[in-house]
Every structure is written in structure tokens, then in C-alpha cells.
Design a protein around this ligand. Sequence first.
Ligand SMILES: [Mn+2]
Length: 344
Amino acid sequence: MTISESAWQAAVDALTAADDVALACHVDPDGDAIGSMLALQRFLEGRGVRTIASWGTPDAFAGDELAVPPQYAFLPGLDTLVVPDRFPARPSLMVAFDTGAPERLGSLRASGEAADTLIVIDHHASGQEFGDVRLVDGSLAATAVLVDELITRMGGTLDRDTAICLYTALVTDTGRFQYASTTPAVLELAARLISLDIDHAAISRQVWNTHSFGYLKLLAQVLERATLEPQASLLWTMVTQADLERFGVAWQETEGLIDVLRSVETARVAMIAKRQSDGAWKVSLRSRGDVDVGRVARDLGGGGHAFLAGLVADDTIEELVARVAAAIADHVRAGAPTRPAHTP
Ligand SMILES: [Mn+2]
């Protein structure tokens, strides 16, 4: 799935001609989504383009708050973001980042559909065909790789702040350069970014090692509850709103909990179910390789990749675990895949 020259040219032409560009990434953004968006925004602003950037709320209603995950609060340019309420209803040119399906834009989906031109920059292998110009390559480690190429194709160079955004995007989406998506080209890009005098050690510290004491206690609680379902080779646990209140932790801070579960060798699949304030479960799934959790999630109305997927459910926790366990049995892979296209 490579990107055609004509798609690159269409994106370059549209962005070069534009006076105003609206930028959006997916709901509950991760480091790649925010970092990629801020990098292109900064580059466009530097060329005198007026920009507006945000991300949607998970439901259809626009929000008047923008919840920045605390681990990304250091990213340069965050102060220029607007709340989703202020995002244009009908942008002339809009760019969507790291968004594999229109519904992932949440409350900004309607703006994407109403935009005169929508450019999608993404690396989700199983994404939906939406948008007018698609810079989508499911083999890449991060959306940031495409933003770097786009800036280069537009004749631009990276400054230090842009490099901080792109490096953060790259280091988070490759699991700190651990995942199989970490190719020589990824490490070359990382080297190029580090050569722009960014403090990559400080970035790692801020992204991964800035938890509160409350987070540690929450982690203990979540691990205490962890249950292994041996027949399904499923290790699962849950987090509730009450836990967050008790330990003073924000939802945005719980992104890494699943990685602790995934480290257990005897479980093929790790699952964390987060109980939302409306009672629904937001469920994350991770695979160690021989179960395609993207298929598991799709069977249950969700979506994702072979190694990382999610869904929303409103069952009891027992029903949810039973449904996931049954779907896992249907999707045990014949052989372990050699290499995931990418993870987040
Ligand atoms: Mn990504």
C-alpha cells in the first residue's frame, strides 16, 4: 500500500494554494496523532498559512474542552489548539491525522464530511477509504513518517520544535523503537530528528516517567484485579471511574496500563475494560501475536489492527469477558505473524 505520486502532488498542491487549513486528529489522541498534527501546523504557520487545529470529543456533540493527555503537555504548539466547538463546520481544506475511519474524528466527523477538500494522513492498514486525498500507507510505523515526507516534498525543513513533535510521535508509536515496525528508515528519521538538538531523553522522561503516586496505587489496584482465563488465554482487568477518583488519576493517564498486562507470557491476549461515566465499557485489546485482535474487535463491533484493537460494550463485565473469550477462540492464527504492520 504505497502512496501514488499523484496523491502526493495533490496534497502538496492543495496545501501550497491554501490560505486557511483546518487540522484534526482522532479522539483520545496519542503521541503520534498530536505530534504529527502539531508538526504540520507549525510548518504551515511558518509559511504564513492561517491554521486551526483540534480533536473531537468521542460523541457527536462538540465540546468546549480539550483534554490534553498530561504526558504530552510539553509538546510545543499545544497552546495554539482550539476547543472542538471552535472548529470550522465547513473547512475549505482540512487535514485528518492518524485517523483510520471517519468516526474516529468524533465530533469533528461532520467537518471532515463537509470540507471542500479533506486530506487524510494515516498509517492504519485496515482503514476505511475516506477523504479526497489519501496519504495512507499501512506499512509505516507512524503518521509522523508521512508528515516528515510531506514537509520535505513541500520544500520545507524541520526546526527544533517540529522535530520535538515528530520525535514524540515516532517514539510513542514504535513503543520506544521496540515494535517490528522500527525499520532502518525509522531509525534514520529518529537520528535526523535528534540531530536537530532535541532533548530526546527529556521527551522519554516526560512521556513515560512522570506518573503521580496515585497512578502507582491505581496500577496496583488494576493488577490485583487481573484475571487469567486459561481456556481463552486471555488476561483481563478493569478500571472504573471510582478508581480514578479514589487515586486522583485522569483517564488520559491510563493509556499504558495495558502494556503491563501484555507482558505476561502465558496469555495470548491482554484486555483492559475501562468503565465510562455512562456505564459503557471502553475495551482495549493487545495480542502477543497468534490471535488477530483486530478481527476479535470487529466481530464485537469495534476495530483495530492484528496486535492492537478496541471496542465499546455495555454488557456486564462477565458477559463482556465471555464474548471476548469466544471471539478469541475464532481467531487464533494458524501461525504467528512475523511482523505487525505497526502498532498504534
Ligand atoms: Mn499512529
